[in-house]
Design a protein around this ligand. Structure first.
Ligand SMILES: Cc1cc2nc3c(=O)[nH]c(=O)nc-3n(C[C@H](O)[C@H](O)[C@H](O)COP(=O)(O)OP(=O)(O)OC[C@H]3O[C@@H](n4cnc5c(N)ncnc54)[C@H](O)[C@@H]3O)c2cc1C
Length: 553
C-alpha cells in the first residue's frame, strides 16, 4: 500500500505544498500503538514529518492566499483532535488536521526547553508573548513555543501549543476517575462502557503503564514512596496511575546509561531523553499512515465561516516560527471538528459569532467552564521520610479521599525540585467545583478571558485542604494552599461548549451548527471528576467518534 502525505507549512513562496511518499509503511486499520512502534512505522513517519514540516519556517513570505478542499477539518492536535483525526482517516474520510504550533521533533538532548532553561528565558517555552508563560515575568523573544498563558480575573490558565497539543507539556498522568465521582459529573455516560472500551483504547495507544517496582525502588523516587506511605496511612485509596512515558527509557536514565531528565524532575515541556509518548508518536503518526489525513502545522485558525450551502470555510494564518504571517490558507470542508482545547475552542466559536461568521451558534457557548476544581498544594517540612536529593518524575501516584465530609477529593503527587527551604511535597488536589465560571472574548483585543468565581468555590478549597491535612498528619510539616505557592493557576481548563448544554452529549455536534462537532476539553462540564483530564478527554473523543462516523459516512 502506498501512502501520500501532503503537508503545507511555513513560507508559501519558498516552499510550496510538498508530497512525501511513505511507501514502506503497511498499516492495518486496527493496528495498536505498540505494534505500530514495533514494526518501525512510527520511526519512518517521524522522519518524514520532521523532514517535511520544517520546510520554509523562519523566513518571511510573500503573502497571498492558498486554497484547498477536504471533507473534514480538525482544528487542534491535542487529546481530542488527534483521536478525531485518526478515526476519520481510518474511516476513509479526507481530513486536514490543523495545528497552530510547531512539530517538535526529537533530535538530541536539547530538543525541548527544560525547567531550568525556562527560568533563563528560553523562548521555546512560550507561545507568542513577550513574557514567559510559566511565570509571566521573564522576558522572552516572541516565538511559537509550547505553552500559552491566558489571563483571567482571579486566576490564569496555561495550555499547550504544538503538534500533540497538551501532550507536549503535560505531566504524563493518565488517571482514570473513580466511578463514584465520574457518575456525579457525567450522568449521561456509562462508566461501565468507558471502563471496558474507551479508557483501555486510549491507554493502549499512549500509556507506558504504571511505574514499575524496580524504578520506584531507586533513590530518584524516594519522594513518591513517601507519598504512597503517607497517603495510605491517612486511609486514602492510593493508585499507581498509567502515564504517557516509556519506563524503559527512564530505567536507562536511573541506571546511568543515558542523561537523566524525567528521573530528575524534568518531565514537562516534553522530555529531552525522549521518554514522553507525545501524541505525534502514536495517534497522529497513525492518522498520517491511513493516507487520508494531512497535517498542517504553524496554521493558526483565525475564524470559521458557514457558507450558504451549510459547508464551512476555515481561515488560517500560516505562521513563521517568530509568529509573523507567511501567507493565508483557506480550507473548504463539510465537517469541522473543534479540538483547539477548552479555552481556544470556545474563543474561536465566540469570535466567529461576534464576526457573524456562524449562523446558528447557541447561547450556552462560553458558559459552564471550570478549572477541574484544582488546587495545587504543598506539604512543607515533611519529616516522616527522607525525600531524597531529587524528585523523579513523571507524576504517577494518585490518592483519592472518598470519605471527605465535604466532597470527594483526588490528589496527584507532583514531583518537584523547586528549591523550597524545607523538604517539600507538592500534590495537585482536584474535586468537582462548587460553581462554574465562563470564558469571554474581546474582538478589540482578540483575547479570550477566564471568569472564575474563586469565592464561590470556597468549599472545594476547604475539601482539598482538609484531605491534605490528613496526609500532613502522617508526614509532618505544614499544609499550604495555592495562595502560598503564588496563586491559583489553571492547568486543567475544561468546558465552554459542554455536552448536553451547548453540544450533543453523544456526538458533540454543536446545537444550532450542524456538522460542527466539539471533541476536546471544551465538551467537559468544568471537571473530569477529580482526576487529571487528558485520559477522559481522549476516551470521550473515542466514544464520540464512534457515534459520529456512521452518521457522516
Ligand atoms: C503544564 C501542564 C501539565 C499538565 N499535566 C497533565 C497531566 O499530567 N495529565 C493530564 O491528564 N492533564 C495534564 N494537563 C492538562 C492537559 O494537557 C489538557 O487537559 C489536555 O491537553 C487538553 O486536551 P484538548 O484536546 O482539550 O486540548 P489540547 O491538548 O490543549 O490541544 C489543543 C490544540 O489546539 C491547538 N490550537 C489552539 N488554538 C488553535 C488555533 N486557533 N488554530 C490551530 N490550532 C489551535 C493548540 O496549539 C493545541 O495543540 C497539563 C496541562 C499543563 C499546561
Amino acid at each position: 500500500m502506498r501512502h501520500s502525505l501532503f503537508v503545507a507549512s511555513g513560507n508559501k513562496a519558498s516552499c510550496p505544498r510538498k508530497e512525501l511518499e511513505v511507501s514502506e509503511v503497511t498499516m492495518k486499520k486496527n493496528l495498536t500503538r505498540r505494534s505500530f512502534i514495533r514494526n518501525g512505522a512510527y520511526a519512518s513517519l517521524a522522519a518524514g514529518l520532521s523532514a517535511t514540516l520544517g520546510c520554509g519556517s523562519g523566513s518571511k513570505g510573500n503573502g497571498g492566499t492558498s486554497y484547498s478542499v477536504t471533507k473534514a477539518v480538525v482544528i487542534g492536535s491535542g487529546f481530542g483532535g488527534s483521536v478525531a483525526a485518526l478515526r476519520l482517516g481510518e474511516a476513509g474520510i479526507s481530513t486536514a488536521l490543523i495545528e497552530r504550533g510547531k512539530y517538535w521533533a526529537y533530535t538530541d538532548e536539547n530538543s525541548f526547553p527544560t525547567l531550568a532553561s525556562g527560568f533563563a528565558g528560553d523562548k521555546r517555552t512560550t507561545w507568542l508573548s513577550d513574557f514567559d508563560a510559566n511565570t509571566g515575568q521573564i522576558p522572552v523573544e516572541r516565538y511559537t513555543g509550547m505553552l500559552e498563558r491566558i489571563p483571567g480575573d482571579t486566576t490564569y490558565g496555561v495550555v499547550g501549543a504544538g503538534l500533540g497539543g497538551g501532550s507536549l507539556v503535560y505531566g504524563g498522568v493518565l488517571l482514570q476517575p473513580k466511578q463514584e465521582i465520574f457518575e456525579q459529573v457525567f450522568p449521561h455516560i456509562s462508566y461501565a462502557e468507558m471502563d471496558a472500551v474507551y479508557y483501555p483504547r486510549v491507554l493502549n495507544m499512549v500509556s507506558g503503564g504504571p511505574i514499575p517496582d524496580d524504578v520506584l525502588a531507586t533513590d530518584s523516587y524516594s519522594a513518591k514512596r513517601a507519598f504512597i506511605d503517607n497517603a495510605t496511612a491517612a486511609g486514602m485509596d492510593v493508585v499507581k496511575s498509567h502515564v504517557g512515558f516509556d519506563w524503559d527509557v527512564i530505567r536507562q536514565e536511573v541506571t546511568g546509561a543515558i542523561t537523566p531528565f524525567a528521573s530528575v524532575g524534568d518531565y514537562v515541556y516534553s522530555c529531552n531523553s525522549n521518554a514522553k509518548n507525545t501524541l505525534d508518536k502514536n495517534y497522529i503518526s497513525m492518522a498520517l499512515a491511513t493516507g487520508n489525513v494531512e497535517v498542517h502545522t504553524l496554521h493558526n485558525v483565525i475564524t470559521i465561516t458557514e457558507r450558504f450551502d451549510g459547508s464551512y470555510r476555515v481561515y488560517c494564518d500560516v505562521l513563521n516560527e517568530d509568529g509573523s504571517v507567511a501567507y493565508e490558507h483557506v480550507i473548504n470542508c463539510q465537517y469541522v471538528f473543534m479540538a483547539a482545547g477548552s479555552i481556544n475552542t470556545t474563543k474561536l466559536l465566540l469570535k466567529a459569532d461576534a464576526l457573524r461568521d456562524l449562523r446558528g451558534l447557541n447561547s450556552q457557548v462560553g458558559r459552564n467552564w471550570g478549572g477541574n476544581g484544582d488546587e495545587l498544594t504543598a506539604r512543607m517540612g515533611v519529616s516522616s521520610h527522607s525525600l531524597g536529593a531529587v524528585q523523579g518524575g513523571p507524576a504517577s501516584i494518585a490518592a483519592f479521599d472518598l470519605n471527605n465530609a465535604i466532597k470527594s477529593v483526588g490528589f496527584m503527587h507532583s514531583p518537584a525540585n523547586q528549591g523550597f527551604p524545607y523538604p517539600t511535597q507538592l500534590q495537585m488536589g482536584m474535586c468537582v467545583p462548587d460553581a462554574l465560571g465562563s470564558i469571554s472574548y474581546s474582538l478589540a483585543t482578540d483575547q479570550a478571558y477566564i471568569n472564575w468565581p474563586l469565592a464561590a468555590n470556597a468549599n472545594s478549597r476547604q475539601a482539598i485542604m482538609s484531605s491534605l491535612d490528613k496526609i500532613t498528619a502522617q508526614s509532618g510539616g505544614t499544609s499550604l494552599n495555592s495562595d502560598a505557592l503564588g496563586g491559583l493557576a489553571i492547568w486543567h481548563p475544561l468546558g465552554g461548549v459542554t455536552m448536553n448544554e451547548a453540544c450533543d452529549g453523544d456526538t458533540g455536534e454543536i446545537y444550532g451548527q450542524p456538522n460542527m462537532f466539539v471533541v476536546d476539553g471544551a465538551a467537559m462540564p468544568g471537571s473530569t471528576a477529580g482526576a487529571n483530564p487528558s485520559l477522559t478527554i481522549a476516551a470521550n473523543a473515542e466514544r464520540m467518534m464512534e457515534n459520529i462516523i456512521p452518521q457522516i459516512l
